[in-house]
Design a protein around this ligand. Structure first.
Ligand code: DLL
Length: 435
């Protein structure tokens, strides 16, 4: 059990008081320790003293993924490497990843946030938790790992992949909590059933899913497929990782950890702050981060926020499930992919034109990416070995930059449709046959 009652059920007024104090402190901290913020805040005329109420946050300039990228790799770190104890990264809009660093306190706060959300759905120290997120630079696996250990679960750090082995371990180790993307959970349940494993052979009771969206229909299927109850968990590496917000057992919105974050909703085109309950882009300010604090970080995720206390007694604000993105980022097999990354790969390859199309499909609840690229010289189509070489070279480069395998199809010059306005380069067929 990891219920921080005093914090999680704090009356609204007290939460806001705590947030204001912490916001002032975080602004001062950014001023003192990060050159980028010092310059931005000075230019905007913002000082910690000028923040008198929470709504004064609107004077702080937004921070974007591009700002992190421009300061690659460690330019936004507020602590020297001596005090950083962990580094994670996620895909950036070009070949360079977005790099984040954690101090010991950050890791402790992170595991608190995750432990709370796991407790909110009923995970306890008797549980055996199988983490089927990929371990590595991605924050999903290690984020859940330390939160679950904090509760006292027996953690199985199996990582993702090798689905038959996953199913065998679910059964043999008596896994009671499964942690993965919803699509991988669905796939795993089908593989388990194909292997003759029935729900009676399993002890699964809870699924902690996240890192990508999940429709209610898919959630139902996974829950029936595995005989478990699941929650949706939201987060991003720039802010911490998983643990930023998640559902409780009532599943009526994802609770933020409002003692660590201030969420806002803005109009993504004008940047104007929207009133509570309106739909727009989620912007988050960290309140306690030491390694890489984020002031008004534009997540690009579209949602709404509600402030009424929840039936579970928790008072922290809740966001609705993510309803889309305001940019063109795609989540493919749990990995963030930007079309601009693909363009950067193509720009460095000889013989191919800048015209391309991305085709996304889903089979067995797994996403597949096909990149159709036009070649420049038609004659290449007659030379099978050169064509094959270029295809392999493109696929290898894409794998290095994106971190996932893509099928590359080289097509004849001028065969990809041209657009007079904004090009429609993404053909997403993932929801056509399956949820
Ligand atoms: O996906 C962190 C995470 C790991 C969250 C495990 C939950 C569980 P990133 O790789 O940086 O971090 O990707 C962040 O993924 O801006 C959203 O667009 C998307 N995303 C994350 N959680 C959800 C969710 C992790 N529950 C980006 N529903 C975010 C929909 C989600 N989209």
């Amino acid at each position: 059990m990891f219920f921080q009652k005093d914090i999680e059920t704090m009356p609204r007024q007290e939460i806001e008081k705590l947030q204001l104090e912490r916001l002032k402190h975080q602004v001062q901290y950014c001023m003192d320790h990060v050159k980028f913020y010092n310059e931005r805040l000075t230019k905007a005329g913002v000082t910690a003293d000028k923040i008198k109420t929470l709504s004064d946050i609107k004077y702080i300039p937004y921070t974007t993924k591009a700002d992190i990228r421009d300061n690659y790799p460690f330019g936004l770190f507020a602590k020297p490497m001596k005090e950083i104890v962990r580094i994670h990264a996620s895909s950036g809009t070009t070949g360079k990843p977005t790099v984040v660093g954690y101090t010991r306190n950050d890791l402790n706060n992170w595991s608190d946030c995750v432990a709370r959300l796991c407790t909110a759905v009923g995970v306890n120290d008797e549980d055996v938790a199988q983490i089927s997120f990929g371990y590595g630079l991605f924050t999903g696996a290690l984020g859940l790992h330390y939160g679950l250990e904090k509760i006292g679960c027996a953690v199985i750090p199996i990582s993702s992949g090798n689905t038959q082995k996953q199913a065998m371990i679910l059964k043999d180790f008596g896994t009671s909590v499964l942690i993965s993307t919803p699509s991988y959970a669905m796939y795993m349940s089908e593989v388990a059933h194909e292997m003759g494993i029935s729900n009676d052979d399993l002890k699964l009771r809870i699924g902690l899913f996240g890192s990508e969206g999940c429709t209610d229909a898919l959630r139902d299927k996974i829950e029936k497929g595995f005989g478990l109850f699941s929650t949706d968990n939201y987060g991003m590496s720039e802010l911490m990782g998983p643990g930023v917000a998640g559902e409780c057992e009532y599943r009526c919105g994802l609770h933020f950890a409002e003692d660590h974050f201030i969420p806002e909703i803005i109009n993504s085109e004008t940047g104007e702050v929207l009133p509570a309950g309106e739909k727009g882009e989620l912007v988050i300010t960290t309140l306690t981060k030491e390694g890489i604090p984020m002031l008004r970080y534009r997540t690009k995720d579209i949602t709404r926020i509600h402030y009424e206390p929840c039936k579970c007694g928790r008072t922290h604000a809740r966001m609705e499930k993510v309803q889309g993105r305001s940019d063109d980022m795609l989540k493919i097999r749990g990995v963030n992919v930007f079309p601009s990354q693909i363009e950067s790969v193509m720009a460095n390859l000889e013989g191919i034109s800048p015209h391309y199309e991305l085709i996304l499909t889903r089979k067995n609840y797994t996403d597949y990416l096909e990149v159709r690229i036009e070649i420049i010289d038609e004659k290449l189509l007659e030379n099978f070995s050169d064509l094959e070489r270029l295809q392999k070279q493109s696929a290898d480069k894409l794998k290095t930059v994106l971190g996932i395998q893509a099928k590359v199809t080289l097509v004849a010059p001028k065969s990809i449709q041209r657009y007079e306005g904004k090009a429609k380069r993404i053909i997403d067929k993932r929801n056509e046959n399956q949820e």
